[in-house]
Design a protein around this ligand. Structure first.
Ligand code: SAH
Ligand code: SF4
Ligand code: F3S
Length: 446
């Protein structure tokens, strides 16, 4: 009987991409995807360390995994439990201390070694393998060919971060910035398109600082790469994420004018509207330079809409600082956003700063900010009613005959249709809207 795997993914899109690649490696080894965790011979948690809650979730899931492992053992089945991702990089010894039944753990930069690790475990029956190298080799050179899993695909072009925002673990968990060569990215994009993708989202912790080499060894920037991507036959939609405001240059802004498949939606995290807080966060932008960049982007493409990330309750944030954030939200008019209470991360400079904000204040500020952000999101969605959008359908809806797709602005759209819509772009007229999604009817093929 074929062995089955189950992967649970936490965290950002990079982790989603990594999990997809690990699944492909496992399938190459003969594993099949399990429908539920209790059917799996291999259970893998791909973890996130960005906020305290994300890391704690892993330990409660591991507790449950042990129970399932023991239940399976009673029925005569063994289970290998592995932990991957950013928690491993940050807390390798802690994991084995708190969950000694974990068979192996590796960080985000060494998951290409998964087949080897599994073979070692099976051959020697060893447990407790931990691999948190920052290896000299790039994992991308050792992964099997990527293929499309649907109409939208992620493509990692860059990994790691050199920005060291004072609250953030990413530079410690993903290491220094690394950019994949242009030819590798283009080759992967071609394979994704050949296997059915219409939309590619170029991924990196800080994609704006992409500096991959071309075939002549010349370093090329993100704008160059976007232009190369735009030349690919069959690609209908292009996105890139995540952007760092200080690294948005004029060449990149021009892409939003000149590349018609570049979607009119950009996630440009600002974090705070207060210059004092931005400085303490070690962000290299001010509220003024941020507003200027957004203005230039909107001048380049008047249809462009923005989304962002926010942190409230960063050390020393006063009511007046928070007001500045609210004011910035009004000025920019985001159509979507993620907002978080500041979470102390061990080893980061902000964790030991004076002026830590009480939990109660953080919660109050988050409620106020989210109320405002949701109102803006709702207003934008309502404005879409009666309009027609190209929608790329990706998922089955909850009701029979219902499908879910995305507009160019990343809004979820529910519409009735047939399963041959999946992975396709259709024109959809929007009939109604809520804060979180739109409902529409397919009027013709896109
Ligand atoms: N590379 C991206 C995303 C990093 S993580 C960027 O630079 O924007 C995603 C988001 O998590 C961040 O934008 C930030 O808003 C949030 N975040 C990161 N560390 C955090 C912390 N310690 N507490 C609360 N939110 C945090
Ligand atoms: Fe973290 Fe800042 Fe790098 Fe984003 S830019 S990953 S928030 S250090
Ligand atoms: Fe989390 Fe690591 Fe991504 S910490 S947000 S999974 S880079």
């Amino acid at each position: 009987m074929e062995e089955k795997y189950f992967i649970k993914t936490y965290g950002c899109q990079m982790n989603v991409y990594d999990s997809q690649r690990m699944a492909m490696m496992l399938e190459d080894m003969g594993y099949q995807k399990a429908d539920k965790q209790s059917d799996a011979d291999l259970v893998l948690f791909n973890t996130c360390h960005i906020r305290e809650k994300a890391a704690e979730k892993l330990f409660s899931d591991l507790g449950r995994a042990l129970i399932i492992k023991n239940e399976r053992l009673e029925k005569g089945f063994s289970t290998i439990i592995g932990v991957a991702g950013c928690v491993v990089q940050a807390e390798d010894t802690e994991i084995l201390k708190r969950a000694p039944f974990v068979d192996f753990a590796f960080g985000p930069l060494t998951y290409h070694r998964l087949p080897q690790i599994l073979n070692d475990i099976k051959a020697k029956k060893t447990a407790g393998i931990v691999d948190t190298d920052f290896p000299a080799e790039s994992k991308f050179d050792f992964l099997p060919e990527n293929k499309a899993l649907g109409g939208c695909s992620f493509l990692a072009i860059q990994e790691g971060c050199n920005n060291f925002c004072t609250y953030c673990v990413v530079p410690y968990t993903r290491g220094v910035e690394y950019s994949r060569p242009v030819a590798d990215v283009i080759a992967e994009a071609k394979r994704l398109i050949e296997t059915g993708t219409l939309e590619i989202n170029l991924l990196g912790q800080n994609v704006n600082s992409y500096h991959g080499e071309d075939e002549k060894g010349v370093e090329r920037n993100l704008a160059y790469l976007l232009n190369k991507m735009a030349e690919l036959d069959g690609l209908k939609r292009l996105r890139y994420t995540t952007s760092y405001p200080a690294d948005v240059n004029d060449e990149l802004i021009a892409c939003h004018k000149n590349i018609d498949i570049l979607m009119p939606y950009l996630h440009l995290p600002v974090q705070s509207g207060s210059n004092k807080i931005l400085k303490a966060m070690n962000r290299r932008h001010t509220r003024e330079t941020y507003i200027e960049v957004v203005q230039k982007l909107k001048d380049a493409n008047p249809k462009l809409e923005m989304s962002s990330d926010f942190i409230v309750g960063f050390p020393c944030e006063t009511d007046a600082d928070f007001e500045q954030t609210l004011d910035l939200v009004d000025k920019i008019g985001y159509i979507q956003a993620f907002s978080f209470k500041y979470s102390k991360r061990p080893g980061t400079p902000a964790a030991t700063m004076d002026g830590q904000v009480p939990e109660k204040v953080k919660k109050e500020r988050l409620d106020v900010l989210q109320t405002k952000l949701f109102a803006l999101q709702d207003a934008f969605n309502q404005k879409c009613v009666g309009k027609t959008f190209d929608v790329l359908f990706e998922n089955l809806g909850r009701h029979k005959g219902q499908f879910i797709g995305r507009t160019p602005y990343m809004q979820n759209v529910h519409a009735l249709g047939s399963s041959d819509m999946l992975g396709k772009i259709k024109q959809v007229k929007i009939l109604s809207a809520t804060t979180n999604s739109l409902e529409g009817e397919v009027i013709k093929n896109g």
